[in-house]
Ligand binder design. Sequence first.
Ligand code: CA2
Length: 155
Amino acid sequence: MGPETDTSRMSDTIHVLNGPNLNLLGTREPEVYGRATLADVAELCRAEAGRHGLQVVFRQTNSEGTLVDYIHEARGARGIVLNAGAYTHTSIALADAVAGVGVPMIEVHLSNVFAREPFRHQSFLSPVAKGVICGFGPQSYVLAIAAFAQMAASP
Ligand code: CA2
């Protein structure tokens, strides 16, 4: 087994980080974001991670600086699943934080941002992401966790 296939020393923790207003999920705009709450999304993430023997740290903040701190605190993790909300479209600080920690990050969105307003088509995070998943509602998060599990199995 070469070093690229030896997952024995790899962290089994994935940090799922959520940005501004995602605490409102399930309470408003169900036609855009669905009826699941953020607690429901956390549960789906934990269930998917558990299927792969992985742990989840699930966090949400409305503050850009706190999101930078959460990204720093994910140093050493297997991966970061990041829904930065509207900061996706504005934040160089978040992009720098992701590039700085050296942890692979998958950008996720509940909605298909490319089917929405043009300002949502621009992401400062996509260039520093391993990949981007959008448009599948809470399943976007589940797919990202499955992708990390699969990347570890066959990088
Ligand atoms: O589709 C996504 O996941 C977004 O990241 C959600 C952000 C939006 O700014 C991005 O363009 C796409 C907005 C999160 C706000 O979520 C709410 C949920 C329910 C009610 C109000 C806001």
